[in-house]
Design a protein around this ligand. Structure first.
Ligand code: M6R
Length: 589
């Protein structure tokens, strides 16, 4: 995925706005970045492109009231200056930025080359600029842009700047775009964070919609009919401060420490929808849980929540769901979990389930997403903007929301809400108790490890999976999680003298005993056991105490993983907010 930002309006600092806005969207891609600016009183586009992260970059851009910018996560063409966006047509009057993949770009490129168009990059995006230029020979700008976009296959969002006409046009089909409506100024971006400071009025473009932005107005279009559309302006309730670091050195650590507030907030959300959904589940609907990466571990944990409520739910990594989609029908509820609501694999799985008449519930953080639009029910988790690429607070809010739903299914909705609400206090108290120093001590112990293994059982098994992912993503250290019961079936052969193994536990007696005896088996083979649990044990070589929250202990246990990933990352010299090779949400197949 990539980040798109555009500005048109009364300000002469439009180019600076776009430049700063790109910094907010850097999480969407950080291979390279670039801007196209129409300077005041000039029609000659000024284009600037750079390899690498925009984070600390400074640049001198001309004053301008029309500008577009892009931060790239490379798909077609290597990470080079010439492959960075924007891309221009032959006349250099049109600049195009793009998020997605143009699946048929080779065919289009061949045709355009025959017509004499000169290409300067290896990207799929550049064909869009030349295709529009070609069409402009016979049609208006709007028609040329819209019909070009319709000819592209794949999931795409494009933004086009015409320097001559002083117009910005954009289209979406499968990749997000949102328009900010200010006073005599308009913004366009991949999410709302670049323009939150300026306006909270937003229009989330739907698939197959287009928009034309001019200095004095904005019009929306249905791309299929080409006709103007009336649109609904939404008021975004995210705060500007939520998208800033607020004194922390990284978004990741800020977002980890926000969790007491964000988790407990979920207790107040979605009451009506939870009631409706739990009624349907109680009446016998089959529950399927879907997500990718961290969201798939949330789905796995929810399987156990539902089992405790007497419901047999089944979770899948959305990327593996298609062979099983055929078993969906009108008696199935598919609960799709996603921070962004834009993950291609999740959307594909949901669309398939929908075709089979399954009811779709979306547990989602970002507002106005594609997933939200596909769903019959949406449960926004309200964690606020999650800027760090690695998911933390959105995940725990999703988990809390599913806990609330399963509690309601069990007929214990009020108790569930009370427990989630009380996490605010218990987690804050735990944080205050020297957590940072303890984590740093643990991180120092593990800094030079080659491998870290984790074990957990039942709810602490998905917790261990997520814990291991946080370490991998943030510090690039190899860590692998197993269900503790799995060890003796093969995995134990990996253990050598000194291998660090982290055991995640809660205080439930029977499970605790089983996991401790698995840990003992590891210890007997030379492993160094780190217990993350509300209690200490002789088996542990090192104990990291977490608060005893009964079945919800998995939450602080996972937070230890988030913090450990962060401090290991710092110790190993990674950028915790932007791990290599990753993008915040994977909007391509
Ligand atoms: O936006 P989504 O929750 O759908 O994203 C799903 C995964 O791509 C995401 O959780 C990924 O695993 C993150 N890198 C986790 O930190």
């Amino acid at each position: 995925m990539c980040g798109i930002v555009a500005y048109i309006g009364k300000s002469k600092n439009g180019s600076q706005f776009v430049f700063q806005g790109l910094k907010k969207l850097e999480y969407r891609g950080y291979d390279s970045w670039g801007l196209a600016v129409k300077p005041l009183r000039s029609q000659v586009l000024k284009v600037e492109k750079h390899i690498g992260k925009i984070g600390q970059a400074k640049t001198k851009l001309p004053l301008s009231s029309i500008a577009i910018g892009h931060t790239r996560w490379a798909t077609h063409g290597g990470v080079t200056n010439s492959n960075a966006h924007p891309h221009l047509d032959c006349s250099r009057k049109l600049a195009v930025i793009h998020n997605g993949i143009v699946e048929n770009y080779q065919e289009i490129k061949t045709e355009l080359k025959k017509k004499g168009h000169q290409f300067r990059s290896e990207t799929d995006t550049e064909v869009i600029a030349h295709f529009i230029e070609e069409k402009l020979k016979t049609m208006s700008l709007r028609k040329a842009v819209f019909s070009t976009f319709k000819a592209l296959s794949g999931s795409n969002a494009i933004c086009v700047l015409d320097s001559k006409k002083e117009t910005i046009l954009a289209c979406r089909d499968g990749s997000p775009l949102v328009v900010g409506i200010g006073k005599d100024e308009y913004f366009l971006a991949s999410d709302v964070t670049p323009f939150l400071k300026k306006t909270k009025k937003a229009v989330f473009l739907k698939d197959r919609e287009g928009v034309v932005l001019k200095r004095h107005g904005v019009s929306f279009f249905n791309l299929q009919t080409g006709k103007k559309k009336r649109i609904k302006v939404k008021i975004v309730n995210w705060e500007v401060e939520d998208a800033q670091k607020g004194g922390y050195s990284h978004f990741l650590i800020k977002e980890i420490f926000e969790q007491p507030k964000t988790i407990s907030k979920t207790a107040e959300l979605n009451r009506e929808v939870i009631k409706k959904l739990s009624l349907k589940i109680k009446k016998g609907k089959k529950v399927i849980l879907l997500g990718c990466g961290t969201a798939s571990y949330c789905a796995k944990a929810a399987e156990y929540f539902f089992a405790h409520a007497g419901i047999e739910a089944q979770s899948y990594g959305a990327y593996e769901f298609l062979p099983f989609a055929r078993f969906c029908n009108s008696k199935t509820i598919v609960i799709a979990i996603s921070q962004s609501g834009e993950t291609a694999d999740t959307l594909i799985a949901v669309k398939k389930a929908k075709q089979k008449k399954a009811l779709i519930a979306a547990i989602v953080n970002a507002p106005g997403s594609t997933l939200e639009r596909l769903a019959d029910f949406t449960l926004p988790v309200g964690a606020g903007p999650e800027i760090a690429v690695v998911s933390t607070k959105a995940f725990t809010s999703q988990l809390a929301t599913l806990y609330l739903l399963s509690s309601s299914v069990k007929g214990k909705g009020d108790l569930g809400r009370k427990k989630i609400k009380s996490l605010d206090k218990s987690l804050r108290l735990w944080f205050k108790n020297g957590i940072k120093e303890k984590i740093i001590k643990l991180a120092k112990m593990l800094l030079d490890a080659n491998d870290i293994y984790l074990i957990g059982k039942h709810l602490n098994y998905p917790a261990a999976l997520e814990f291991a992912l946080k370490i991998k993503e943030t510090s690039y250290l190899h860590s692998e999680a197993f269900a503790s019961g799995e060890l003796k079936h093969g995995v134990i052969s990996l253990i050598q003298k000194g291998t660090p193994c982290i055991a995640l536990l809660d205080s439930q007696k029977k499970i605790k005993e089983e996991v401790l005896s698995s840990a003992m088996e590891l210890k007997s083979r030379g492993a160094k056991i780190i217990g993350v649990a509300p209690f200490n044990s002789l088996v542990f070589d090192y104990h990291f105490k977490t608060p005893d929250l009964k079945e919800l202990t998995l939450i602080p246990n996972i937070i230890v993983g988030q913090l450990l990933g962060y401090y290991l990352g710092l110790g190993r010299g990674t950028d915790p907010d932007k791990p290599r090779n990753l993008a915040k949400s994977v909007t391509v197949k």
